[in-house]
Design a protein around this ligand. Structure first.
Ligand code: FAD
Length: 271
């Protein structure tokens, strides 16, 4: 399993509503971030897996091709570097609409928030990590990964964004606009949008792979028992995120360390 990240949707603040605190926090080049979660009750009611949302502040039109040309042209002109002026001007001409949108957005300081969504992957028995036939430089077999997603992730994200949209409306904060609401079962448009940015699928993996030797009550539903011992082998234990039965949406290392300390305590009582 891995949790999945997708940039999708934008919050247009209601008139008079300011997300300045969020802008100040997120615009600074630090690793701080403020995330929103659905409460367990909301999660259950909406039938979603764990969902995490953070906002990325943007100004209207700031990321368009045309406005990017203008920004780069002004920057280069200040440096007296005119080598890219031709291509910068071409970007402004080709995407004149984006140029206007960005210029208006900058002039009026029209801000909105892009939704960066992280959704928990549901455990999927069809996913497999196996030893392949290819060998690495040390002669060890390389792994063959068959990582399968299911509809659960897509429908969870859809439902979670609807909860956020309803909350935004209820508290008069703004409007959440996303192409996911119209996508239904057909994610062709969402996939196309993702492909345009170079992603392989609409979802990006979070680099937090887990669950290959999941903890369970018996060998039918997992690989290790509650003491991280491999079922059926007397002295083989696993320390790592591969024992997670589910993943949640947060980074795994603290939980890995906590489990490793717990395993060390357990092993010290076995000696
Ligand atoms: C780019 C990236 C960014 C990340 N950022 C964060 C973060 O900010 N916060 C966070 O909490 N987590 C983060 N993680 C996740 C975190 O690094 C992993 O979840 C964690 O390292 C997993 O620990 P592990 O011990 O289960 O597995 P691993 O760290 O993968 O350890 C497995 C070990 O087993 C060894 N091994 C494999 N096969 C064999 C074999 N056949 N024989 C002997 N040894 C073998 C490997 O060499 C390796 O040392 C990040 C991961 C990546 C890739």
């Amino acid at each position: 399993m891995d949790h999945l990240r997708i940039e999708s949707g934008a919050v247009i603040p209601a008139p008079g509503v300011s997300f300045d605190l969020y802008h100040d926090l997120m615009a600074a080049a630090t690793d701080r971030s403020a995330c929103f979660y659905l409460s367990p009750a909301a999660q259950e009611a909406a039938k979603t897996t764990v969902y995490r949302l953070k906002f990325q502040p943007r100004k209207l039109g700031a990321t368009t091709f045309g406005f990017g040309g203008l920004v780069d042209a002004v920057r280069d002109a200040r440096r007296l570097d005119l080598s890219d002026m031709g291509s910068n001007l071409a970007r402004m001409v080709v995407d004149s609409e984006g140029l206007v949108e960005g210029t208006v957005g900058a002039a009026l300081d029209r801000r909105y928030l892009v939704c960066v969504n992280v959704i928990e992957q549901s455990p999927n028995p069809n996913s497999r990590v196996q030893l392949g036939t290819e060998r690495d430089a040390l002669g060890l077999p390389r792994i063959r990964l068959d990582w399968q997603l299911s509809d659960v992730e897509r429908t969870s994200l859809h439902a979670a964004q609807k909860v956020v949209a309803a909350a935004m409306q209820q508290y008069g904060l703004g409007e959440l606009r996303t192409d996911l609401f119209d996508a239904g079962d057909n994610w062709t448009g969402v996939e196309k949008r993702a492909n345009a940015t170079g992603a392989l699928t609409a979802f990006e993996a979070g680099h937090h792979h887990t669950g290959t030797t999941r903890m369970a009550e018996d060998a039918r539903s997992g690989v290790v028992d509650s003491n991280c011992k491999v079922f059926g082998v007397a002295n083989l234990y696993v320390a790592g995120s591969s024992t997670f039965p589910t993943l949640g949406s947060a980074n795994p290392t603290f939980t890995i360390v906590a489990l490793a300390l717990r395993l060390a305590d357990h092993l010290s009582t076995q000696a």
